[in-house]
Design a protein around this ligand. Sequence first.
Ligand SMILES: C[S@@+](CC[C@H](N)C(=O)[O-])C[C@H]1O[C@@H](n2cnc3c(N)ncnc32)[C@H](O)[C@@H]1O
Length: 550
Amino acid sequence: MSGTDDRDGRDDARRRDDGGRRDDHGRGRGHGDRRHDERREEIRRHEGRGPERRDERGRQRGAARAEGRTQRSAQAPSQRTRHSDPARATAYDVLRAVDEGDSYANLVLPPLLRERGIEGRDAAFATELTYGALRLRGRYDAVVEQAAGRDVTAVDPPVLDLLRLGAHQLLGMRVPAHAAVSQTVGLARSRVGTGASQFVNAVLRAISRQELAQWLELIGDAADPAGDDPLARLAVTESHPAWIVRALREALVGDGRPADEVAALLAADNAAPRVALVARPGLVTPDEVAEQIGPGAAPGRVSPYAVLPGGGDPAGVPAVRTGRAGVQDEGSQLVALALAAAPLDGRDERWLDLCAGPGGKASLLAALAAGRGARLVANEVQPHRARLVEQALRAVAGSAVEDVRTGDGRAFGTAEPGAYDRVMVDAPCTGLGALRRRPESRWRRTPADLAGLAGLQRELLGSALRTVRPGGVVAYVTCSPHLVETRLVVTDAVRAAAKDGLDVEVLDARAVAREVAAGPLDLVGDRSDLQLWPHVHGTDAMHLTLLRRR
Ligand SMILES: C[S@@+](CC[C@H](N)C(=O)[O-])C[C@H]1O[C@@H](n2cnc3c(N)ncnc32)[C@H](O)[C@@H]1O
């Protein structure tokens, strides 16, 4: 169950609120709302403390208090919240790991929850808090700037993370204001010291005075004062870097969709993705998986092998534990199914997954290959990811898996020319189509990443076009809709192949996808490549081009 709906938020907050009533926040309630200029003054004072002003226990002390200028809390220090609840503390620790250690939240959070024994609703609360604060960082930073009256670059990173967590509780999770503020201030006090916690208190109280809609108008107007730059407004209100907003809009238009769909796409990136399972064909049926899950399970909308569990921990499903089923986005399932269904001329025995780690598509391909008496070679450049491929393939019949290799996919074209009938190139990419899944990635990626990745993508696709035999099929797949990584790479690689004497035709990937999909696919225009979209299909924004050697 999620901690995001109204009831959960309230219950959660009530359970956590015990210590909060004794916090600094209580002082504010007793005196009514402070006036705007008083709040600004309070913020100014609290933020102006330098690191040299620390008390004997090493905690930051405010200049104001050190100089006896500030009001004292009505509560004795011993009565204020110094400890914080484990869910919020864990969210904070993950945000710090993401900021300081370049860590990935989805890798850091689950083990931390396990280690700290945080389960059920508390785990759901911590997860929503962590991922929401990371995804909506751009929005909340703009809110903090308005509320604090200064640039976020002037705020210490740990303090800023606390403000993002508080802002998400207030504006994104409907946690009651008193709980959101007091618990975040308690966390601040224990992690960054009393002085900074007073700044956190003042800014969060300011944020709590307005609704999300009002804040969105305010930060939108600040980003687009003349009212003539809707993309700048969207970038800040929907919390995406401006270059990504532009690229996504171009990709939508390139796919024949209206430019103004970008707002819905950005909003979809900000929502937690729906978990989908794949029932690997020949190993388990979708009905069997649904039965193991129980009430709440539903069939997929895009892939005929998909089951939507509708809650719960997928790792607990017996078929997932044994590898007969797995967690896999429906778009990923569909592109693998399309490669297996693409029309080829002649033999259909030897398949290759050139970039297989961690093995999601490889295990679906291998299961399909097993049903036809074909065999799969799965290749991955990173040894630890190649081990994950082996693990993902554990349930598939050994006869369907020829080999799991660790190597550079770019070598296949020269090492094994014309050796495969079907080749999957699920290329390393910016992941701009899976931003909802990787909450911090939009802030890490830069336009400079594109050049290096596109070069690698061209080489991998070039290698695939050589290692597939004439008459065989290559699927070029990215989980990015960026035109530089999709259409331009395909155009360049096909042109380069032609220069080397390879004759390559583009197949109608949409027609193949329509044949294998679970239901009608909402596609517009008449392009032959397939682009899925989170706001339309509920999948990651997967791209698929199907190419056949003549
Ligand atoms: C998008 S992921 C593949 C996801 C995988 N197909 C799945 O469905 O689970 C791209 C993979 O390509 C791998 N990779 C990067 N450069 C490579 C190269 N030169 N040769 C082979 N694999 C490479 C990355 O390590 C990464 O595991």
